[in-house]
Design a protein around this ligand. Structure first.
Ligand SMILES: [Zn+2]
Length: 201
């Protein structure tokens, strides 16, 4: 089946029994998977403003070309393997961490390109600190070096913001650079109250 949608553009999916309070059910899926879901009649409803048509081969008898149209936001039927279970913690990676902090060093406030930033453990790993969202911040190399294996208090350095663990919608926002306007609106409604994410974009 040929893909006529912009390559790499994702779709966000919610569980069929969608509940605003359970944003963990959201995720990006490849277009191909969305097409497959539609083919299997697994799409409960469409919520996106955008739709894309994928064209397949010609029917040997009718000569008609098959096509499937999928929306930029879809809900999948049932409690499938897509919905996951438990309280999922988004995976921690430097790219999403730096984006969470607006690519700003949370010690000196400088906004820098990704390659000039580092992951700082507020409570150092050597002191029993964990490699988790709430214990890590974006830091420039000089600040990270100056802080060393000390806590901010010990190093007499002040954090400019409180690190947080992104919820599912926030993580989906952080993990994708090409979000369609309707998907952005959909995700924003599910950000934590007072979230600073997406303000600058
Ligand atoms: Zn700095």
């Amino acid at each position: 089946m040929q893909n006529t949608a912009p390559t790499g553009t994702p779709i966000s999916v919610v569980g069929h029994e969608f509940d605003v309070n359970r944003p963990k059910r959201l995720r990006w899926i490849p277009w191909r998977e969305a097409v497959l879901l539609d083919f299997k009649s697994m799409i409960a409803w469409n919520a996106g403003d955008h739709s894309f048509t994928f064209r397949g081969g010609h029917n040997r008898i009718s000569g008609k070309r098959s096509s499937i149209t999928v929306s930029s936001i879809i809900a999948v039927k049932g409690r499938s393997r897509y919905t996951g279970s438990g309280n999922l913690v988004p995976p921690l990676s430097n790219r999403e961490l730096f984006l969470r902090d607006g690519q700003i060093c949370l010690y000196c406030g400088k906004q820098l390109p990704e390659h000039m930033l580092t992951r700082d453990h507020i409570r150092p790993l050597s002191e029993g600190g964990k490699d988790r969202w709430r214990n890590v911040v974006t830091a420039c190399k000089p600040c990270n070096h100056a802080k060393g294996a000390r806590s901010p208090e010990q190093a007499n350095m002040t954090l400019l913001a409180v690190p947080f663990e992104p919820n599912r919608a926030e993580y989906l926002f952080l993990s994708n650079r090409r979000i369609l306007a309707d998907q952005m609106e959909f995700l924003k409604k599910r950000f934590r109250n007072g979230s600073r994410l997406g303000v600058q974009t």
